[in-house]
Design a binder for this molecule. Sequence first.
Ligand code: 4UV
Length: 568
Amino acid sequence: GPLAGSLLEIPDTVPLCDFRLDERHGRRPIAESLDPFVCGISGRTVLVPQLKDRVDHLAKGLAQHVGWVANDGTEFDKVAVIFAPNTIDTLTISWAIHRLNGLSSPANAVYSAEELQYQLDISRATVLFTVPSLLPIALRAASKCNLNQDHVIICEMPGEPQSSKGFRTVSNLIEQGATLPELDVLRWTKAQGRRQTAFLCFSSGTSGTPKAVMISHYNVIANVLQIQLFEQHMRDAIEPGYRDVTLGLMPFSHIYGLVAICHIAVYRGDSIIVLPKFVFKDFLASIERFKINTLSVVPPIIITMVKNKALCDQFNLTSVRQIMTGAAPLGQETAQEFASQYSNWVTRQGYGMTETATAVTNTSPFDVWLGSSGCLLSGVEAKLLSPEGTEISAYNTPGELLVKAPSVVLGYLNNPKANAETFVDMADGRFVKTGDEVEFRKSPAGNEHVWVVDRIKELIKVKGLQVAPAELEACLLEHLAVADCAVIPVADERAGELPKAFVVKSAAVATDDENVVKQSILKRVEKAKSRHKWLAGGVEFVDIIPKSPSGKILRRLLRDLERERRRD
Ligand code: 4UV
């Protein structure tokens, strides 16, 4: 492609909070009047100088309140989980944590207490940020892992009570911090450099239960610069000084919202219109009200728009120039139908994963090929491997994608087995196995495009969110009626995929009524897990779960059988 071979210089001794806000590292001087964050509900904004101050003051207030020291170098003693929907302060909190050399672990706001507890445990968090409406769930999880209740901090939300009795708020800590002497600012040592973890995001990778992914400051900066380099020529072509007004709807707890929306936008000096949850009419109204020009969404939102064109037409959406989708496959036909309805918009797709600190590919507006995930970003090296492990170089031939890039993460926290399976040292460097089946195809314009054709790994994607089969299987096995089970994805028009369980009933089941047993199994999952993990693909009773001689569940066999049944 046009970017192949361009040199990327990636700073590796700069923390994220300084990367953009400290002018020495910025692309262009930051106008103090820019508003990186705008609340899509209240209209409240955070301007650049406020963002800087809020990060500094919150860091100081936090250090004093929870007893963290800025420079002790024991980073894994200082982990804070942020359990909140998107707010204009979410990134401020992460950056304040980073100022203290700490790690931020964002958790999805839809989590149940059990799921949150798992994240607190695995990340060994000692501080928990949440919002008033989620406080009961947060406290239930915190008490189960002995997290000091004094270290639960409330982030204010529009439309929710401004304080919760007895709990510190982000505003309290900012006020308190403003009166404290300057921090002995984090001495960003060359020794830590590329190895300094910034985020612990959760992903199940190619198999097993969710794991804490160690994402470094360097990883995030690298991906921001890769995306920026890819897009700069297009932005220059639009107009000098062009600014995105972008939609901040994708969860900031997921790599997509965190890096490919938040960090890239703040770096460029764009505005993010922050929305805490998807309500279709609010989404449309926000585009009109804030004149949003870049929409970053997932395929189910594209499908909702296609199916509800009449409602969309009631809103003035003429500000939009482009729509970006990723996190799950967008079918070629859907993409074509959408693009014909919104022919003035550029329909783009990105492909990436938590383990690559987001983007591996992106669509150039000068070579849109609907259904393709676009071209490799500059700085990415890719390999396709056959099931036998030989390298595939031909076009239009599927294989597992392996990726080498500066954004490939440090690894999974405390999990040498998963690290050895996922991050492989090859003769030409360290690659990550994506678990995705991909083809390289030459576009009519002559560029090499990446087409994601199938998924090899166990992962299920419901509305772009991860669901790990192993996590649901463990939950099902706790049910007395379940002797054995396997969970697989089944296709769904709206959600993309839904989890379905095959269950071998245990001999101990008291009733013959399969429906009663089924309902009881469904309830168990609904009680323990957030909604996107519910078994909306169904429960089917079987006599045996197919396994390999070593005892591994043959989920792919079940998935392929199910696909064939549905095709008939
Ligand atoms: O780890 P994760 O949950 O990460 C993501 C990342 C999403 C994005 C979003 C916008 C971008 O610009 C971008 O570069 C990345 O979802 O899940 C990773 C898995 O999701 C599937 C694939 O199976 C990954 O291994 N996936 C992600 N993007 C696509 C996709 C896509 N465009 N097409 C098909 N599958």
